[in-house]
Write a protein that binds this ligand. Structure first.
Ligand code: FE2
Length: 457
């Protein structure tokens, strides 16, 4: 079907001219329409659709919110719950009242256009769509979500949700909303209770994105980053936002797919060979661990083994001292990799106390970071590592919190097995997820699992 974009634009402008464009709300919807149309075309092109199909995707963008203008004129609100479902309303205007013929003369694609518009705001698409209906609906939904992120960013929260800023800054994230977001789902409307829930709900729109191009656009535009940077004054909310933030990053970067230890080693080496030095990766890993935990207490204890996992711990100690958080290090071995030795020196220079672990000697700390054994470990844990792992686990039973860097020490990265393994509150795995975390055995070692992006190729 031939679509004349110029004609469609003219018709759209003519249609909206009969509404009050001096009303900001109305003007915004007109702008949103044009942007969504361009995004639809871009996504369609990324899928190598022929020009006619890209035009059709563009047309969906131009028409998807056509119901908004009449909605706000009749009901004075964009809130569907207080007026009408704007998607169904728009589809009715187009196909029951015949408005569609102002835009395209052919009836050829009426069925598809109507379906995509009716479904553009549905929580989930129904199962019984044809492949083509599904694809066009998804393109439109992706484009709409991408631009909603911009709108949410460019307008104040108070205005959009009619709540005072203070409420956003201090409220909690509800449990169900957190669970929706951590399981990478759009937040269900019925779950939203607090002001902070609305922010998470905006963020979770990202999880509905289907196409690679959509994820790319979101990263490119940076609006999501700005919403994610929301600085809550409520410490629990700040911590929960951190968890959500890393989920969003995983989703956008597709780093969620777990790999074997061998694959990880290969990708690590390839990244270094392509020009990112190991020291840079180690610093990024440490930054990732730092960002993944909300509040770092003074007196944090870092346990470092002989490999690069220990190196992450030394690099982390340097970051903590930059942040004026006091910490100390216990080392399990005199051996170091080159990069680990580099960060050990820097930590020492920053004034971090570094001592040798005395086998069997118990330790106390509000927070313990486990950087003992990395993914290279296999088999049976030997001393002094075995006693250090036992000590970490008993300190945790007495109330210490435990973070494992990259992998819980003692665990096999491929299958999650291990006779003596560190039990963590949070495991921050580096670069890519490892398969071992998702086996029945692997899941028993950590309470929470997150990924630190370090730019692995
Ligand atoms: Fe809409």
């Amino acid at each position: 079907m031939q679509i004349d974009r110029e004609h469609v634009r003219k018709q759209f402008d003519q249609y909206t001219a009969s509404y009050d464009l001096s009303d900001t709300k109305i003007r915004l919807k007109a702008e949103h329409t044009y942007r969504v149309a361009e995004l639809c075309a871009r996504i369609a092109e990324s899928l190598s659709l022929p020009a006619e199909e890209a035009d059709l995707a563009w047309l969906l963008g131009m028409l998807h919110d056509i119901g908004r203008f009449e909605q706000v004129r009749r009901y004075g609100t964009f809130t569907d719950a207080k007026s009408v479902d704007h998607a169904a309303f728009g589809a009715d205007l187009l196909f029951r009242e015949g408005l569609i013929r102002n835009f395209v003369s052919s009836e050829e694609e009426d069925g598809l256009i109507e379906t995509a518009i009716r479904l553009h705001n549905a929580y989930l698409l129904p199962e019984d769509l044809s492949d083509r209906e599904r694809m066009f609906s998804q393109i439109l939904r992706d484009a709409d979500k991408i631009d909603i992120l911009r709108v949410n960013c460019e307008f104040s929260r108070q205005e959009i949700y009619n709540r005072p800023e203070e409420e956003f800054l201090t409220s909690e994230i509800s449990e169900q909303v957190l669970q929706d977001a951590l399981s990478m789902q759009n937040v269900l409307r019925a779950h939203r209770k607090t002001a902070a829930d609305y922010i998470v709900s905006q963020i979770s729109l990202t999880f509905g994105l289907v196409y690679d191009e959509s994820r790319k656009i979101v990263l490119e535009q940076g609006y999501l980053e700005r919403i994610l940077d929301f600085d809550s004054r409520n410490p629990e909310t700040a911590h929960r936002l951190q968890q959500i933030r890393s989920k969003v990053k995983q989703f956008l970067n597709k780093a969620e797919v777990p790999v074997s230890v061998e694959e990880m080693r290969r990708r690590d080496a390839a990244t270094i060979a392509a020009g990112t030095p190991g020291k840079v990766l180690m610093r990024r890993a440490a930054e990732g661990i730092f960002k993944a935990w909300g509040e770092w207490p003074d007196g944090t204890l870092i346990l470092c083994g002989s490999g690069n996992n220990g190196g992450d711990g030394f690099a982390l100690a340097e970051i903590l001292s930059e942040q004026k958080i006091s910490c100390r290090i216990l080392t399990l071995s005199d051996r170091r990799t080159e990069d680990a030795a580099y960060y050990e020196q820097r930590a020492a220079r920053a004034g971090v106390p570094i001592q040798k672990y005395e086998t069997g000697r118990a330790f106390e700390a509000p927070l313990i970071v486990d950087c003992l054994l990395g993914t290279g470990f296999q088999g049976e844990v030997r001393e002094p590592y075995a006693s250090a792992i036992r000590n970490i686990n008993s300190a945790r039973e007495r109330g210490s919190r435990v973070i494992s860097a990259d992998i819980n020490s003692g665990m096999n990265g491929d299958d999650g097995s291990g006779a003596l393994v560190v039990q963590s509150d949070l495991t921050v795995t580096i670069g890519l997820m490892k398969t071992g975390f998702f086996t029945e055995a692997g899941k028993t070692h950590y309470k929470e699992l997150t990924l630190a992006e370090i730019g692995i190729i």
